[in-house]
Ligand binder design. Structure first.
Ligand code: PMP
Length: 400
């Protein structure tokens, strides 16, 4: 009965790894997927995570019963505190409802389905470009997707004027998706002053901000600094949604642990919103997984574990920043034509190199280096050993 099916294309991001895995070359390098790697090119499990997992294992009182539909209560409370800040008035006034979801993607999807069901304006504006999964998540959730200008190829920076114009022209009530920090794929974030102008515009047009926070702590190495845009919006008392992921900042990729928070006008509204979120979640996956959320809650709850986490998180962020400098220096040393300063200016896991699809194809074919066709490279996949190989490849691609 399925014989009529045509083969679906690989996911444009995950498909890069599929191609990489098939390549027998000993010098192959995967800069496609956004997952942290050590200097040795290995995935990293944080020490603090291992320690907590051991504790969980030794605790004979623990069981594997179902979590409630909205997940682990401690995890939800502590996740809201992490993103909105310990002294957040919205939290103190019980105006925030937080539900544990399946990492960042699941949080976006639950938020999208909730909006499609209960919000009067079913259009969401995404930055162009954005993470490739965003349009699919929101379309399948039942929203209609439009874009706002974000990136200026000429400066390899923010198209602030275009952004303000497009968001300013969105119909009143539209949902506006914002990357909280470390914009993926461009690595370009607004300045604090620009964030304030964006906030004023969004509030004055009665638009609804939906933050995607997949990299808190990964951009600057500081959890509070990376949450500033979210806190700026929360501080004005207005409504908003926030999707959080612990994939990158705790290295819990495969545990699928994240949270959706909705900031409401009153505690009463927040509790009714939560009751409706349950009706979205229950038929989708019933309840979220327990293991990853227990790890996160244990770390966020304990001062020593939290401090240990922030040190390990900063080390990951610093290694990425150092890779930026090393790649920039290597291109300079080769006299590679062009201004490569965007490599050190961009923020977070990715550099949007500016390489075009033909150059990317050349680099993959001749140098066995894999990246998405838009020229995005994961800085976390680089090391001191592999920077020269990548610099040679980029040099060859742009001088060919
Ligand atoms: N949003 C953005 C911008 C991302 O880059 C990612 C991860 N690549 C996600 C959300 C979701 O990731 P996850 O579902 O693994 O938390």
């Amino acid at each position: 009965v399925f014989a009529h099916l045509v083969r679906a294309p690989e996911d444009p991001i995950l498909g890069v790894t599929v191609a990489y895995n098939k390549d027998p070359s000993p010098v192959k390098l995967n800069l496609g997927v956004g997952a942290y790697r050590t200097e040795e090119g290995k995935p990293l499990v944080l020490n603090v995570v291992r320690r907590v997992e051991q504790q969980l294992l030794n605790d004979k009182n623990r069981n594997k019963e179902y979590l409630p539909i909205v997940g682990l209560a401690d995890f939800n409370k502590l996740s809201a505190k992490l993103i909105f800040g310990a002294d957040s008035p919205a939290i103190q006034e019980n105006r925030v409802t937080t539900v544990q979801c399946l990492s960042g993607t699941g949080s976006l999807r639950v938020g999208g389905e909730f909006l499609a069901k209960h919000y009067h304006q079913r259009t969401v504006y995404l930055p162009h470009p954005t993470w490739g999964n965003h349009p699919k998540v929101f379309t399948l959730a039942g929203l209609s997707v439009k874009t706002y200008r974000y990136y200026a190829p000429a400066t390899r920076g923010l198209d602030f004027q275009g952004l303000m114009y497009d968001i300013g022209s969105a119909p009143s009530g539209s949902v506006v998706l914002l990357h909280a920090c470390a914009h993926n794929p461009t690595g370009v974030d607004p300045t604090p002053e620009q964030w304030e102008q964006i906030r004023q515009l969004i509030r004055s047009k009665a638009l609804l901000p939906f933050f995607d926070s997949a990299y808190q702590g990964f951009a600057s190495g500081n959890l509070d600094a990376d949450a500033q845009p979210v806190r700026l919006f929360a501080a004005d008392g207005g409504e908003m949604l926030v999707a959080q992921s612990y994939a990158k900042n705790m290295g819990l990729y495969g545990e699928r642990v994240g949270a959706l928070s909705i900031v409401c006008k009153s505690a009463d509204v927040a509790s009714r919103v939560e009751s409706q979120l349950k009706l979205v979640i229950r038929p989708m996956y019933s309840s979220p997984p327990i293991h990853g959320a227990s790890i996160v809650a244990a770390i966020l709850k304990d001062r020593d574990l939290y401090n240990e986490w922030t040190i390990e998180l900063k080390a990951m962020a610093d290694r990425i920043i150092s890779m930026r400098q090393q790649l920039f220096d290597a291109l300079r040393a080769r006299g590679t034509p062009g201004d490569w300063s965007h490599i050190i200016k961009q923020i977070g896991m990715f550099t949007f190199t500016g390489l075009n699809p033909e150059q990317v194809a050349f680099i993959t074919k001749e140098y066995h280096i894999y990246m998405t066709s838009d020229g995005r490279i994961s800085m976390a996949g680089l090391s001191a050993n592999t920077v020269p190989h990548l610099a040679d490849a980029i040099h060859a691609a742009v001088t060919r």
